[in-house]
Design a binder for this molecule. Structure first.
Ligand SMILES: Nc1ncnc2c1ncn2[C@@H]1O[C@H](COP(=O)(O)OP(=O)(O)OP(=O)(O)O)[C@@H](O)[C@H]1O
Ligand code: NI
Length: 306
């Protein structure tokens, strides 16, 4: 039995907001009873369309949600909830975060200092700069003096400064050249091979399949399938949910078939299957709520999946 490093149980996230032209507040629910697990030594890739809730998941785990967020469910790191006190000990040391936005860099602090942080050393920083092909004098620059790709590499170096046991990477590769993107993912693989757990959010399914052990597919705030990477490599017949199959068909090297229609808005979700409107296999079974169930070594939320 592999050892769990991160466990998310029935996570629910909503945002309390005023309705337009009204004094009434309502809650817009953007994550719906979401459960997943990252084990020691394992990379879980999270894929899914824009606005499906991937970053919200990362922010919920790291306690970074804004004040108007209403959160339910449970997040366990090594079997325990992360209290405010533990948060200080863990974040930036055992738990590393690579944010999606380069705006996380402090605009008025030289980047070398930001990479080293409180716990780092200049020796380790030089090692990482070397590996990520950043000239050493980058240290003395401010974020506005960097290209987007360099800023992204700075975020990666900062996160990998310590010896993290859990890495949460939210879209770590945009703006990077293909070799540096690949090297970054290989670097995550090396960490994982040494026991680190990695939650890697990405748009780039192709790249992710090179290193991930499992893939979770998000759709409109729910996980609709979790499957071993091998199933994604084998192709759509090995997958369980019609949306995952459609994602595979949409890859350039496959049939490049676009998925017609759009993901439903969080404030106007259908009561049954969230994907039904766009699904070519929909039938009368799809009107009811789709519970998550185990199927062929993975999990799926589709009553028709076999
Ligand atoms: N502070 C907020 N208040 C209200 N709604 C929010 C807030 N932050 C995010 N959302 C909504 O939550 C949903 C999920 O957003 P999230 O950023 O997690 O998407 P994502 O899957 O990371 O998308 P992308 O691939 O574009 O990064 C979106 O519909 C977004 O509009
Ligand atoms: Ni995001």
């Amino acid at each position: 039995m592999s050892e769990s490093i991160l466990k998310v149980n029935n996570l629910v996230v909503g945002f309390s907001m005023y309705q337009p032209r009204s004094f009434h507040k309502t809650t817009l629910q953007v994550i719906h009873s979401l459960s997943l697990e990252v084990n020691k030594g394992e990379i879980l890739a999270v894929v899914g369309s824009s606005g499906s809730g991937k970053s919200i998941l990362a922010h919920a785990v790291l306690n970074l949600l804004p004040k108007n967020a209403v959160v339910g469910g449970e997040v366990l790191y090594k079997g325990q909830t992360i209290t405010k006190k533990r948060e200080k000990e863990l974040f930036g040391r055992e738990i590393a975060f690579i944010p999606q936005s380069i705006d996380y860099l402090d605009p008025v602090m030289k980047v070398g200092k930001q990479v080293e942080g409180v716990f780092g050393t200049s020796k380790r920083k030089e090692e990482l700069f070397n590996q990520y092909k950043l000239p050493i004098d980058t240290s003395n620059k401010y974020p506005f003096q960097l290209s987007g790709g360099m800023a992204r590499r700075i975020l990666i170096c900062g996160a990998l400064m310590g010896n993290p046991e859990l890495i949460i990477a939210d879209e770590p590769t945009p703006g990077l050249s293909l070799d540096i993107a690949m090297e970054t993912l290989q670097h995550f693989r090396t960490f994982a091979d040494n026991g680190t757990g990695v939650l890697m959010i990405t748009h780039d399914i192709d790249l992710a399949l090179n290193v991930a052990d499992k893939v979770a597919v998000f759709y409109a705030g729910s996980i609709i399938e979790i499957a071993p990477t091998q199933d994604f490599i084998k192709g759509k017949d090995a997958l369980r949910h019609p949306y995952s199959k459609a994602l595979i068909d949409a890859l350039p090297q496959n049939e490049f078939v676009p998925i017609l229609g759009t993901q439903p808005y969080a404030g106007d979700l259908p009561s049954g299957c969230l994907f039904a409107k766009r699904c070519k296999y929909r039938n009368e079974n799809c009107v009811g709520r789709q519970e998550e169930r185990e199927l062929r070594g993975g999990k799926v939320r589709c009553i028709n999946a076999v």
